[in-house]
Design a binder for this molecule. Structure first.
Ligand code: FMN
Length: 219
């Protein structure tokens, strides 16, 4: 057995959907708007012991069509949008400025559920961004000032700069000009729940003419 066979066999022996407590797909009781369901599912996953249930992967796409993903924390969900915060001159911020089409994805192994969101991201405005920044912990606020282009000389230079920022801002930490709260306005939300018999349950909502249309999908 060579190394790639060993990797393959180890990967294939890992369990999937292990220990999932089926919460029961609420198909009949689904509301017209999917966004409150996303919030409900985050809290249901938390109640089932899922760590960081409010972490989602966000995929951006450059105009040439090349995608990239990273994990972000969802800061709020209202009836129209899901919100996250990040520097506007980060890779994702620059990619959104060039192409606002994004996809977000949640996976909650503790409840065997995932949600796919497709939509567009836009700056939620200066006041909202500053309000988000003000609610962050001191370490996160200082760390936001570490964001800059180029490469540090080494890790020690990063830690020294973090320390310096702490002395420059002993109390108030100003909101960096690029700190931005983004709202994702979804055009599609798919709710997915695992079933022990592998006949998984899927419902997709699609936004059309200002209203949501909902349909069941084949697993
Ligand atoms: C659990 C988790 C939560 C994160 N939350 C955020 C966040 O809310 N905002 C953020 O800018 N980066 C967050 N990050 C870091 C991002 O994943 C990413 O590395 C960083 O934003 C740079 O992304 P970019 O180069 O694609 O712009 C988080 C990472 C993890 C693992």
């Amino acid at each position: 057995m060579d190394a790639s066979d060993a990797t393959r066999s180890r990967l294939r022996s890992l369990p999937v959907f292990a220990g999932v407590e089926a919460t029961g797909f609420p198909e009949k009781g689904l509301p017209d708007n999917p966004l409150p369901v996303v919030a409900d599912w985050i809290f249901a996953a938390h109640a089932a012991g899922q760590q960081e249930p409010h972490a989602m992967s966000l995929c951006t796409v450059v105009p040439a069509g090349v995608p990239s993903s990273r994990v972000l924390i969802v800061k709020d969900i209202d009836d129209d949008r899901l919100y996250f915060a990040t520097p506007s001159d980060s890779r994702k911020g620059r990619e959104i400025a060039a192409n606002p089409n994004v996809s977000a994805h949640f996976h909650w192994p503790a409840v065997g559920r995932q949600v796919r969101i497709v939509g567009t991201a836009a700056d939620a405005g200066r006041a909202a961004s500053e309000a988000d920044f003000a609610e962050r912990g001191r370490g996160s606020r200082l760390a936001a000032h570490l964001h800059r282009p180029g490469s540090p000389a080494d890790r020690a230079a990063v830690l020294a700069e973090f320390e310096r920022l702490g002395t420059v801002h002993p109390e108030e930490v100003p909101c960096p000009p690029g700190w931005t709260l983004y709202g994702i306005t979804p055009t599609e939300v798919e709710l997915w729940e695992a079933s022990a018999d592998r006949v998984h349950h899927r419902v997709v909502y699609r936004g059309e003419d200002g209203a949501w249309r909902r349909e069941l999908l084949w697993p």
